[in-house]
Every structure is written in C-alpha cells, then in structure tokens.
Design a protein around this ligand. Structure first.
Ligand code: 13P
Length: 285
C-alpha cells in the first residue's frame, strides 16, 4: 500500500476506532525500526518529525529517506510534521512532500490570530494534497524545543468547535491534562472533552503526550475518537537506554553495526508494544 495521504489513514482509524501510532523518529535507524515493527504487524503508521529533527537532518534528506524506506512497504504510511510554529519550515516540508503538518499557533497572542494563520496553512497544505492538524492550547511540556513547561490556557468547548469549523483543519489536538515527557504520576485526563468535541463535530482527535499513558486510558481515549497517538519520549528512552546498555555490556567492542542491530531491536520492540496497545495491528489495507 505504501505512502498514502495522512487523511486516509486517520479517517479509517477514526471510523473503526483504533489508534494509529505517530512516532517522532530522530534518525535513519529509528525511522527504519518503527517502519519494520509496523510492517511486521501489518499496521498503518505515521512517521513524525519534530522541527528540531528537520533542522538537524535537513528536510530533503528526511523526505528522501522516508520515500525510500516506506515506499516499498506493504502497509499504509505517511510523513507528518509535529508542532511547527514556524511558517517557513512548514512550507519547506510541504514542498518536500510531507503528507500532513501540525501548525502550532498556540503561543500566538490570540486564538483569532491562530485561526487566521491556520486558515492560510490549510489552504497551503491543500495545494500540496496534504492535511492539517490544529491546536489552540499549548500541550504542557517542551517537545524538542517547542512548547512551555506549564502549557497555555484551556479554552471552552465553543471556542474549540469554532476553531475547528472555521479553519477547516482535518485533525484537532486538544489539551486534556496530557503532557509531553515523562509523567510523574498517572495523568488525570479530561476524557469527556474528547467525547464532547467528537459529538458536536466528528473529527479525528490527536492525543499528544502518549508516553506514560496506561493501556486502559489509551483504549478509552481511542474509543472516544483519538485516532492519532503521538509517541516521542518512549522512543528516545528506548534509543538512548539501548545504546547505554550495549556500550556498558561491551566496553571494548568497536563494531558500530552490532551496536545498531541491538538498538534497532529495542526501538522496534517499543514500537510494536504501542502499535498493539492502540489496536492497529492487522489494520493495514
Ligand atoms: P511524548 O514525548 O510524551 O511521547 O509526547 C509525544 C508528542 O505528543 C509529540 O508531539
């Protein structure tokens, strides 16, 4: 099936109420490992890149890597740009072939200004056949340099619905008590907010801050309409801890391919665990 529009992947997931994992990859090894996990489980998947990763690897290299790795796979996959407040980078990624983008206008001075710019982004994305995720509230925690430790104000249901309707975004990411990074205790999530939005305007909801949310919470949120589930910190932990474990175990070995194989397996296992938890195993078409 290979590379398809993000919208097709998330519309199907939303209709059938399963979650598609969107992993924030950090390099070629992690991109290949999460794709391999999804291919093995016959699951649709989103490869997600932060602005930081786009800057560190270059948009053209990342897009080419994605096309070469994902193109031949027998599963539906798409490339998504995570939290991007920078319109220039967003345009660059659209030109290079990203299938969808999150325009993060949550730190703009007003929702009205966020709305105005999101409308422009939606028009721009459409001209590339791409789709748009929108948000009005900053999700708590800093994700690869974007965001704040406290998050921003939570707006009313009416404000959220007005933003969704007037911008024409394809997916919405509400703040529900979720946060990027590692939770200190089990998060208390406002799951009803997801149901309230979906009841008034059926739109795939994006769950940010996936790392550390329990499988029961995931199941509940996915049933309520969270079709895209973002995982970043768990991938970083799996990647760094695998490197550390291998190097501690093999202090005198200097064979990068053995190290890469070991790390790949750990990242792949992390991805497989999440894909199974989100119910998307076997959902490839
Ligand atoms: P975590 O880092 O908590 O997994 O959150 C990922 C995320 O929401 C990316 O936008």
């Amino acid at each position: 099936m290979a590379i398809v529009p993000t919208k097709e992947i998330l519309s199907r997931a939303f209709e059938a109420r399963y979650g598609v994992a969107a992993f924030n990859i950090v390099n070629d090894l992690t991109m290949e490992a999460v794709l391999a996990a999804a291919a093995e489980l016959r699951a649709p998947l989103l490869i997600q890149t932060s602005v930081k990763t786009v800057k560190s690897m270059g948009a053209r290299v990342l897009a080419a890597m994605f096309r070469e790795m994902a193109g031949p796979l027998p599963i539906p996959v798409a490339l998504h740009l995570d939290h991007c407040p920078d319109r220039k980078i967003l345009s660059l990624c659209l030109r290079e072939g990203w299938n969808s983008v999150l325009f993060d206008g949550s730190e703009l001075p007003s929702v009205a200004e966020n709305k105005r710019q999101t409308i422009e982004v939606v028009a721009e994305a459409r001209s590339f056949g791409a789709s748009v995720e929108g948000e009005i509230e900053g999700i708590k925690g800093v994700e690869d340099g974007v965001g704040t430790e406290t998050g921003t104000d939570i707006y009313s249901l009416e404000t959220a619905l007005d933003f969704i309707r007037s911008t024409g975004i394809d997916y919405f990411a509400p703040a529900i008590g979720n946060a990027h990074g590692v939770y200190k205790t089990t998060p208390r999530l406002d799951v009803q907010r997801v149901s309230d939005i979906v009841a008034e305007h059926p739109i795939p909801i994006v769950l940010h801050g996936g790392t550390g949310i329990s499988s029961a919470q995931f199941e509940d949120l996915i049933t309520r309409g969270c079709a895209k589930v973002n995982i970043s910190t768990a991938l970083k932990i799996a990647f760094v801890e695998a490197n550390r474990a291998y190097l501690n175990e093999n202090p005198t070995k200097h064979d990068p391919p053995s190290l890469f194989r070991f790390v790949r397996e750990k990242v792949k296992a992390m991805a497989a665990d999440h894909i199974r938890m989100f119910g998307s195993e076997g959902k490839a078409w």
